[in-house]
Ligand binder design. Structure first.
Ligand code: NDP
Length: 256
C-alpha cells in the first residue's frame, strides 16, 4: 500500500493495457500519478477507476510525438503535485506482419517517432526537474523484440533495441545525479495491442508453444516488475534490462 508513498509519477500511455496497469499499481501504492495518451475517453475511464480507489491522478491528453504536449505533461505534473520522481516511458505502437522490404518510409518513421523519439522527448523534458531534486527513476518499456529475433516487425524491433541502448547510456550519465534508468522487456501480454493475435487461436498456439510458461502475460504482471524498479527497494539497480516474458528469451528449444 505504501511502496511509493509521497512519490509523483508520469506514465505515458497510461490509459490502456500495460500503462493502465502500471498507473493503477502506482496509485494503489500511494503515488500521485499523471497519465497520458491520445484518447480522452480512455483517460477519463482510468482516472475514474483510480479516483474510485482513493488514488491521486491527473490526465493530460496528447501524443508523445508532440513536443508541446510533452512539455505540458511535465509542467502540469510539477504544478499539480510539486515534484516528479518517476517517469515510465510506456507509450508505444507496433506494426506487425511485414518484412523490411515491405515497410514504407511513413511506417518506419512513425514507429521510431513514437517508440524512440517519444522517449527522448519525455525524458529530456523530465530530467531538469529530477536533476533539481537530486533524484529520479526512469523505467522504459521495451520488448523481447530487442532481445531475440522475431519475424515481421523490423521497425518495432529497431525502436526497442535503440531504447535499450539509450537506457544504458542514461544510466551511466545520470547515476551521479541520483537518477536510475532501467528497461523492462515484456513478452506477449494480453492487451489491446496484442488483441489481433490473442483473438486468432491458429496464430497464437505455435507462439505460446515457445513459451516455457505456456500462456500470455497479464498487464499486472508487468506492472509488478515496474513497481519494484520504480520503488526505493531497487535503490542499487540501474542500467538493467529485465525480461518479464514467461521464459521465452531463455528458451533453448527454439520454434516448436
Ligand atoms: P496498447 O496498444 O494496449 O496501449 C498503448 C498505449 O500507448 C495506449 O495507452 C495508447 O494510448 C498509448 N499511445 C500510443 N501511441 C501514443 C502516442 N503517440 N502518444 C501517447 N500515447 C500513445 O499497448 P500495450 O499496453 O500492449 O503496450 C504498452 C507498451 O508495452 C508499448 O511500449 C509496447 O511496445 C510494449 N510491449 C507490449 C507487448 C504486448 O504483447 N502487449 C509486448 C512487449 C512490449 P492512445 O491510443 O490513447 O494514445
Amino acid at each position: 500500500m505504501n511502496r511509493l508513498r509521497g512519490k509523483v509519477a508520469i506514465v505515458t500511455g497510461g490509459n490502456a493495457g500495460i500503462g493502465e496497469a502500471i498507473a493503477k499499481a502506482f496509485a494503489r501504492e500511494g503515488a500521485s500519478v499523471v497519465i497520458t495518451g491520445r484518447r480522452q475517453a480512455e483517460l477519463d475511464r482510468v482516472v475514474g477507476d483510480i479516483v474510485q480507489g482513493q488514488g491521486m491522478v491527473v490526465a493530460v491528453a496528447g501524443s508523445v510525438t508532440d513536443e508541446l504536449h510533452v512539455r505540458e505533461v511535465v509542467r502540469r505534473t510539477v504544478q499539480q503535485f510539486g515534484r516528479l520522481d518517476i517517469l515510465v516511458n510506456n507509450a508505444g505502437i507496433g506494426d506487425f506482419g511485414k518484412r523490411l522490404h515491405e515497410t514504407d518510409d511513413a511506417t518506419w518513421t512513425h514507429i521510431l517517432d513514437v517508440n524512440l523519439n517519444g522517449v527522448f522527448r519525455m525524458t529530456r523534458a523530465s530530467l531538469p526537474q529530477m536533476l533539481k531534486q537530486g533524484a529520479g527513476v526512469i523505467v522504459n518499456i521495451s520488448s523481447i523484440a530487442s532481445l531475440i529475433g522475431l519475424p515481421t516487425l523490423p521497425a518495432y524491433a529497431a525502436s526497442k533495441g535503440a531504447l535499450d541502448s539509450l537506457t544504458r547510456a542514461l544510466a551511466v550519465d545520470y547515476a551521479k545525479d541520483g537518477i536510475r534508468c532501467n528497461v523492462v522487456s515484456p513478452g506477449l501480454i494480453d492487451t489491446p495491442m496484442a488483441a489481433p493475435l490473442m483473438n486468432n487461436p491458429e496464430q497464437l498456439a505455435p507462439i505460446l508453444a515457445r513459451y516455457p510458461i505456456q500462456r500470455a502475460g497479464k498487464p499486472e504482471e508487468v506492472a509488478s516488475l515496474v513497481l519494484y524498479l520504480a520503488s526505493d527497494e531497487a535503490a542499487w539497480v540501474t542500467g538493467g534490462t529485465f525480461p518479464v516474458d514467461g521464459g521465452i528469451t531463455i528458451n533453448g528449444k527454439g520454434p516448436s
